[in-house]
Write a protein that binds this ligand. Structure first.
Ligand code: SAH
Length: 219
């Protein structure tokens, strides 16, 4: 592995261990998720000027008015998605820098990820290649349509918040599958866990969150 991926000083293993300790304190219990977070070099997903802050439990800018999600929220959403057992096929809406994508890729069989901003998608693709992650497929599109060709999915995770849950995402969920998605206007969003049952969808509110909006069209 290149030394830049192992990290030194503020990006060292000790710094990552501190982040994992902090996530545990914040209530993350899935050890598999915590180990994947510990091993993932988050500093390569942000601009070099921000690398020293990559292991703080905070969202950071990634350009184009977007942010890399806070590690706590990445871990929490992943944990909630995995609660029902091992997942084969997961759809992610909002690739961004690819950090959440990379975490998912280490924990499930296949990840399908959709991003509307081409430059972000290309950056994410490049980083995952450097990390030798090969079970991810990328698409440049408006993710509110999902990615019907590869559905149904055992899990769907959205990292941008629509005003309402898009129908397409509900339809592309397999029976027993779950959709984890922030919904609502800026400043008043809730994280939902929606499970598809034989007869419909069960909807639970998890916690208050703050995500960038899910926008229409390909940017
Ligand atoms: N998981 C990402 C979060 C990025 S922020 C990370 O950790 O980096 C949310 C992302 O959703 C942004 O990159 C934004 O461009 C994207 N996005 C917003 N609306 C979208 C839409 N309708 N379809 C696909 N991607 C969308």
């Amino acid at each position: 592995m290149k030394p830049t991926m192992l990290g030194i000083g503020m990006t060292s293993q000790r710094t990552r261990d501190r982040l994992v300790a902090r996530l545990r304190e914040a209530g993350i219990v899935n050890n598999e998720v915590l180990e994947v977070v510990r091993a993932m070099p988050r500093h390569i997903f942000v601009d070099e000027a921000l690398a020293s802050r990559a292991y703080e439990d905070t969202a950071l800018p990634i350009g184009h008015g977007q942010t890399i999600s806070q590690p706590y929220i990445v871990a929490r959403m992943t944990e909630v998605l995995l609660e029902a057992g091992p997942l084969a096929r997961v759809l992610e809406i909002g690739t961004g820098c690819g950090y959440q994508t990379a975490i998912l890729a280490r924990l499930v069989k296949e990840v399908y990820t959709v991003e509307r901003i081409m430059a972000l998608l290309q950056g994410a693709r490049q980083r995952l290649r450097e990390l030798h992650i090969q079970n991810v497929r990328f698409k440049h599109s408006d993710g509110s349509w999902g990615w019907p060709e590869h559905g149904e999915y055992d899990g769907i995770l959205a990292t941008a918040a629509p005003m309402e849950v898009p129908d397409a995402l509900l339809q592309q969920l397999a029976v027993g599958g779950r959709l984890v998605i922030p919904v609502g206007p800026r400043g008043d969003q809730e994280l939902l866990r929606i499970t598809r049952t034989e007869t419909g969808h069960d909807r639970e509110v998890m916690e208050k969150v703050s995500f960038v909006p899910m926008l229409g069209g390909a940017g």
